[in-house]
Design a protein around this ligand. Structure first.
Ligand code: HEM
Length: 132
């Protein structure tokens, strides 16, 4: 049964389940595991802070979300389809766990950041193909 998204623990649950899905996903899993060789023990706490900041107004995330994705697309092209898939899994995961305003806000913020990130990543891709 979906519940309200209210606490840091809720954010951790959302993030843990989301990356569980991502890791198992045929379209995205290998990008995290085999291209980025992501260290989950570092990545997950960063993502708890990132989402807690956005949804609950705390200020623990001090990073910059965009640059790692620009670097990543130079190693393995990130396409609009990758971003669509990412968002699909994100929405599906939020809906399976939560309901209410903050759950809706999570989906809205994911949608807007993914839209901007995709646009900027596609600019990086275009630059790379001009150079080659
Ligand atoms: C195709 C979609 C995406 C892929 C494949 C992807 C992949 C990755 C990878 C591999 C990293 C780790 C990079 C590193 O540590 O070097 C990362 C970091 C991160 N991603 Fe994504 N990502 C995607 C979309 C998004 C979206 C839409 C958001 C936000 C809504 C997001 C938020 C973040 C944040 C906050 C970090 C941590 C950045 C930092 O180091 O401070 N990602 N992502």
């Amino acid at each position: 049964m979906p519940k309200l998204l209210e606490t840091r623990e809720d954010v951790e649950l959302m993030v843990n389940q989301f990356y569980q899905k991502i890791r198992q996903d045929a379209e995205l899993g290998y990008i995290f595991e085999e291209v980025a060789h992501i260290d989950w023990e570092l990545h997950l706490p960063k993502m708890y802070d990132f989402w807690e900041g956005i949804l609950l107004g705390t200020a623990n995330y001090m990073g910059r979300p965009m640059p790692p994705h620009f670097r990543l697309t130079t190693k393995h092209t990130l396409t609009p389809a990758h971003f669509d898939r990412w968002l699909h899994l994100f929405f599906e995961n939020v809906d399976a766990l939560f309901e209410g305003d903050i759950a809706a806000e999570a989906k809205y913020r994911a949608y807007s950041i993914a839209t901007i990130m995709n646009q900027r990543v596609q600019q990086v891709n275009a630059q790379i193909s001009e150079e080659n």
